[in-house]
Design a protein around this ligand. Structure first.
Ligand SMILES: [Zn+2]
Length: 323
């Protein structure tokens, strides 16, 4: 090797070594505050997550989680609380954490009366900022959930199986405001009936909440019927953590949804399905780790990069009115 070349390599090695030891890890203070973004999380949208303030035990509060999601490159996050509206906090969180879209909504549980409360839903859409993007039907106090405890819940159908007039009014509100009408904890059968009515009413954004989570798990046939009615299916990763390996005792005997299960439903029509975590309870993985698990898991189950992009970013963006 000519000596000049040898000298060049020697000096290059010295420069290289110096660069490794002397170069700052981050170029400036602003980027130092932002760790390298996980490409899987960049631009993703969290559509169903719980955080403090709440009346149930949560592992994180809304401000901390919004900051975490922002640092990890999320595009948007929508908070859900079973008992209180979250659209008001969304307004404040936006001013506290710039660079991420924050939304909320309202769940029409008993807190708003023994029947689905149209007025509460309407007021939620009028809160400062207009960041209410979802009206959920009753959840823990739904007729379906309460029946198991031998109690009467907040109904969505009458005794003959027809959609109740107040529920139709909420559908009309969601249609007019162009926001999501979500099934909450309606039974799989109720969800199919609601999806047909929503189509008739002209709701553009009808969502079957955690469609692959027991006990609201739709059969493949029910999922197809809902999709035929123009519905969107939400998949939450939470039931992946259920079963004998669960850290939460009450989930020990609950049915696990495997990544293969999720992949099977997504294959029906990714353009009308999206991911969320439904995490935020204590003793469960935090929502950001859970979203990472979900995306990695789906990839492992054979879902294509294109479909992962669709279900983790594109569909939710359309539902939130971001595109
Ligand atoms: Zn939830």
């Amino acid at each position: 090797m000519p000596s000049s070349r040898r000298e060049f390599l020697k000096s290059a090695a010295v420069v290289g070594a110096a660069a490794v030891t002397a170069a700052p890890l981050f170029a400036d203070k602003a980027s130092a505050a932002t760790p390298p973004v996980d490409k899987d999380l960049e631009g993703v949208i969290e559509m169903h997550v719980h955080a403090d303030p709440d009346v149930r035990a949560r592992c994180i509060d809304q401000l901390t989680l919004t900051q975490q999601c922002r640092r990890n490159g999320y595009r948007a996050i929508m908070y859900k609380c079973h008992d209180f509206c979250t659209a008001d906090n969304a307004y404040l969180l936006r001013s506290m954490v710039p660079g991420i879209e924050v939304f909320g909504g309202i769940v029409l549980n008993l807190n708003y009366g023994p029947r689905v409360n149209v007025q509460a839903a309407r007021m939620a859409t009028q809160i400062t900022g207009h960041y209410c993007r979802c009206i959920w039907m009753p959840t823990y106090q739904s007729a379906y959930d309460m029946k198991k405890a031998g109690k009467t819940g907040v109904p969505v159908l009458d005794e003959s199986g027809k959609v109740l007039p107040e529920v139709v009014k909420v559908m009309e509100l969601c249609r007019d405001e162009n926001i999501i009408f979500a099934t909450g904890h309606s039974s799989p059968e109720e969800s199919v009936i609601l999806s047909a009515k929503a189509r008739e009413v002209g709701v553009k954004k009808f969502v079957v909440t955690h469609s692959t989570q027991a006990p609201w798990f739709l059969s493949l046939d029910q999922a197809k019927k809902c999709l035929e009615n123009g519905a969107y299916l939400e998949h939450c990763v939470l039931p992946y953590y259920k079963g004998p390996h669960s850290l939460l005792p009450k989930y020990f005997e609950a049915r696990q949804t495997t990544m293969k299960d999720f992949a099977e439903y997504i294959a029906l029509d990714p353009s009308h399905q999206f991911l969320a975590t439904d995490c935020g309870m204590s003793k469960m993985p935090g929502p950001v780790d859970a979203m990472r698990d979900f995306i990695h898991g789906l990839r492992g189950a054979g879902v294509s990069e294109k479909d992962i992009d669709t279900v983790s970013r594109k569909v939710a963006a359309g539902l939130l009115g971001l595109d």
